[in-house]
Design a protein around this ligand. Structure first.
Ligand SMILES: O=P(O)(O)OC[C@@]1(O)O[C@H](CO)[C@@H](O)[C@@H]1O
Length: 364
């Protein structure tokens, strides 16, 4: 079929591919600081801090005002709408603080799950209505990439064909709209770790989901060089009694990606999905050492696994700023090393870094 109606000009393609490559250059990854108000409430509750706009702002100010050398490990930060328009205590917009550090600013664009009737409690994600207008405004406000998280669950009859197809199509439609507005879409089909399934079953499901996502992206004429993928690592279910090594997780993960993700995709930035900070780093390191062909950058887009120690160190007290920034910097550096397969576990990680960060049916 002739290519008669090009979706993007060559200038648009160049801009998108440049943005995507900047985010994952030289072992850099993404800080996912895009927790919605509700999710942030759960995080703050754990450290007994009230979920007010001011407390959310204060924690994020501490993260974003960390030393500029953070830009060696963090190439992009995903923000929630509220945070994009917040300022530090000197009145400077967070997004400008990040940009001055050379960090690319992203935004969460999905707007929560809606039930798929006739399935075993499966969902699709909302947010397509008005998305083009929202993207255009965000682009004007300095945003260069978006994120959309679709949630798939392994269970009896799950994920169903309908859930896989519907979420793949929504991700592709979102990706197309982002690109039309100059935003690199981060495509996040998360197979959540709830369940007692083994590693092999997670690999099987992850392959089915990713294959459907790349078919849909192709159907929607999405320019793959101007996208990033944010998948789950292939792991056994949280309640599986059999334990697997980072090397086994890495082999299953890279095998699934190798079978389904085109080499044109510049970077794959894993979510941490409730793994402890240390496990997320060790698994990423093993993935980068896995002896299979890896045509993409294999990096991180962690929420919990970059912020858990920092949150614990902060405890809601301004006096703990230095310790909070040190904890954050430590995880960012460790993950940057892991993204190059150079992380050496010294055994000196604090207790917060080895704690599981799993939450059942993690949604928002
Ligand atoms: O799994 P993690 O690494 O903690 O978070 C991954 C993530 O996609 O899920 C969260 C919920 O949408 C987001 O805040 C974040 O970007």
């Amino acid at each position: 079929m002739a290519h008669r109606f090009p979706a993007l000009t060559s200038e648009q393609k160049k801009e998108l591919s440049d943005i995507a490559q900047r985010v994952v250059a030289n072992g850099k990854g993404i800080l996912a600081a895009d927790e919605s108000v509700g999710t942030m409430g759960n995080r703050l509750q754990r450290i007994k801090v009230e979920n007010t706009e001011e407390n959310r702002r204060q924690f994020r100010e501490i993260l974003f005002t960390v030393d500029s050398s953070i830009n060696q490990s963090i190439g992009g930060v995903i923000l929630f709408h509220e945070t994009l328009y917040q300022k530090d205590s000197q009145g400077k917009l967070f997004r400008n603080i990040l940009k001055e550090k050379g960090i690319v600013v992203g935004i969460k664009l999905d707007q929560g799950g809606a039930p798929l009737a006739g399935t075993n409690k499966e969902t699709t994600i909302q947010g397509l209505d008005g998305l083009s207008e929202r993207c255009a405004q965000y682009k004007k406000d300095g945003v260069d990439f978006g994120k959309w998280r679709a949630v798939l669950r392994i269970d009896n009859q799950c994920p169903s064909h309908l859930a896989i197809q519907e979420n793949a199509n929504a991700l592709a439609r979102y990706a197309s709209i982002c690109q039309q507005n100059g935003l690199v879409p981060i495509v996040e089909p998360e197979v959540i770790p709830d369940g007692d399934h083994d590693l092999e079953h997670c690999q099987y499901v992850t392959e089915k989901v990713l294959a459907a996502v790349y078919k849909a992206l192709n159907d929607h004429h999405v320019y793959l060089e101007g996208t990033l993928l944010k998948p789950n690592m292939v792991t056994a279910g949280h309640a599986c009694t059999k334990k697997y090594t980072p090397e086994q997780v890495a082999m299953a993960t890279v095998t699934a990606l190798h079978r389904t993700v085109p080499a044109a995709v510049p970077g794959i930035c894993f979510l941490s999905g409730g793994m402890s900070e240390e496990d997320a780093t060790l698994n990423l390191n093993a993935i980068n050492l896995c002896p299979l062909p890896k045509p993409w950058k294999l990096s991180f887009s962690y929420g919990r696994a970059l912020q858990a120690s920092a949150l614990a160190a902060w405890g809601g007290k301004a006096a703990n700023k230095k310790a909070t920034q040190e904890a954050f910097m430590k995880r960012a550096l460790a993950n940057c090393q892991a993204a190059k397969g150079q992380y050496v576990h010294t055994g000196s990680s604090g207790s917060a870094s080895t704690q599981s960060l799993f939450t059942a049916c993690y949604t928002y």
